[in-house]
Design a protein around this ligand. Sequence first.
Ligand SMILES: Nc1ncnc2c1ncn2[C@@H]1O[C@H](COP(=O)(O)OP(=O)(O)OP(=O)(O)O)[C@@H](O)[C@H]1O
Ligand SMILES: [Mg+2]
Length: 251
Amino acid sequence: MAEPMLQVKNLTKRFGGLTAVNDVSFTVEAGSITGLIGPNGAGKTTAFTMISGFTVPSAGDVLYEGKSILGQPPEALARLGLARTFQIVQPFAGLSVRENIAVGAYLRHPARDAAMAEADRVAALVGLTSEADKSASALTVAGRKRLELARALATGPRLLLLDEVLAGLNPSEIRDIIPVLQKVRAAGVTILMIEHVMQAVMSLCERVIVIAEGKLIAEGAPEAVVREKRVIEAYLGQGAAERLAAGGGHG
Ligand SMILES: Nc1ncnc2c1ncn2[C@@H]1O[C@H](COP(=O)(O)OP(=O)(O)OP(=O)(O)O)[C@@H](O)[C@H]1O
Ligand SMILES: [Mg+2]
């Protein structure tokens, strides 16, 4: 079997007395869409910040395409083909949608015309062509989420980490963006996605990893994982058990 694209080994992050990510290990296979789920505050975003080089782990290792990437800054990782989106989207408000996407595209297309052409290609992929000339600040929430996806895609990733790109979207907007993510994967990009929208997790992810209170509590096919008692219990009390049942259709 081919080497996993990403191997997270005993990853740990402590903030003072709080262990936000506690000895978490998992792998992401090349070509897959893998979900990272878990209740609010579980440590999902903190895991992303370590994998993407924004924070140094307290312990553990991250291997990308078989090599440790610990200590490498985000720019270096982007060059290696590892990109992420942010849960809190912050486009450059003074720039157009196309220019915002081009900021990512300059990484592999240093000439302005080439970067703009790449931005247009990515805008088409995510369905932002008709908004390309608008100011980024004029976009709706759904548009901003697409822009966040586009900015990461424009860096030419092989592994894309998505932090709740569907949050704040209505059901029809979610339905519209699912095929976009399928196209991204079909184009050869491996995806690891943090997502609370279970309907999307169910239709996109072949595997999910569940963390709660910093610890990995389950992994496997989404249909199986959402039936696990530990997983249901982790969500209970947060009002998310119903969300799981609704998304999975397992009542
Ligand atoms: N920089 C920080 N300093 C101190 N504590 C932090 C820091 N970042 C995160 N935490 C804490 O670590 C825990 C995990 O947070 P994290 O943002 O990773 O959760 P999450 O799973 O992404 O949650 P959500 O689903 O709400 O986005 C939380 O208790 C959070 O308050
Ligand atoms: Mg988060």
